[in-house]
Ligand binder design. Sequence first.
Ligand code: 5GP
Length: 363
Amino acid sequence: MRIYDDIQLDYCDVLLRPKRSALASRSEVDIEREYVFKWCPTALKGTGVIAANMATTGTFEIAQEMQKLHLFTALHKHYTAQEIIDFLKNNKDNQFLFVSSGVSDADFEKLTQVMQSGFINNICVDVANGYSPYLIGYIKKVRQAWPNALIMAGNVVTGDMCEDLILNGADIVKVGIGPGSVCTTRKLTGVGRPQFSTVIECADAAHGVGGMICADGGCTVPGDVCKSFCAGADFVMLGGMLAGHAESGGEMCEKHFQTAEVNFIDDKTCAMAIETKQYKKFYGMSSEYAQEKHYGGMKKYRASEGKVVELPYRGPIEHTLLHLLGGMRSCMTYIGAKRLKDMPKCATFYRVNRQLNTIFGNE
Ligand code: 5GP
């Protein structure tokens, strides 16, 4: 039996050390970078935040808001090929979009239809367990079919597998097993790895063979996204942080709460105050809810690896995105990174036991 003794860390276990910097203001930093890939000959320019290809966040509506700010979206798999083609036809900046695919024959057929439209070049091949033998075979097939495509593939959490995926045709490896906000894989299977350590090891391995990584899952606040870029992530994928907005998928519902306040109707009568709040559903793509909604039921040999939550409705997503980008700019001035690409070079971390003062709540 082998046990790795090295401590494995999550984003909440570290904080960035501020450094003396020549940057006088947040407006002096550049949060965009040019991405040059191992296999795909087309360079991209943007800020490497990607909306997750979950049915609730990889929506056309979120994509439109993301691309305005030069952020990326991996469209979810539950649009039909025709729906995707129709959207791409009328959309201006398809360079910020990824079309998602599983690894089955039907997935390849659908991917072929979308790729043949000629409107998109970026592909996200996504399976829960990237160690499956099917993934490498599928990447080879996709690379052979579209030698100039940008291919992102995952998910894995170890450097050796990142190297394998890249050497077999992936430009970007998606890393993360179990860190997601609505993921229950670790509870069900006991498998996973703390995301901060995953990012450090995988970025180092991927960069060593000319590839890149996308840190997928586990970011709860803008500071986590900053830590992820600083740890070496080229892209950071977000689900929960983008859920619950006007542009997100998921059903809305209203709930009524009895508050402690009372309203007087006259001197002798009073009524309790009722507050109404709006919520939007957010669910894991392997949850029983998702299996029923998108695949007509859960197969007997599978167990749910995701959960359903109802998030307080957050309104239009633009505010959340600007808040995130503001956090990144501020982080860069604190650590003296003028360009997004410089963040890992400028970063030093403290290992911490506690990072937030929660005396007045967690907000
Ligand atoms: P978040 O940003 O919400 O923490 O994580 C988003 C990521 O969680 C997604 O990109 C995807 O990799 C992962 N994810 C989404 N749904 C599920 C699920 O049902 N089960 C598991 N294990 N992971 C999920």
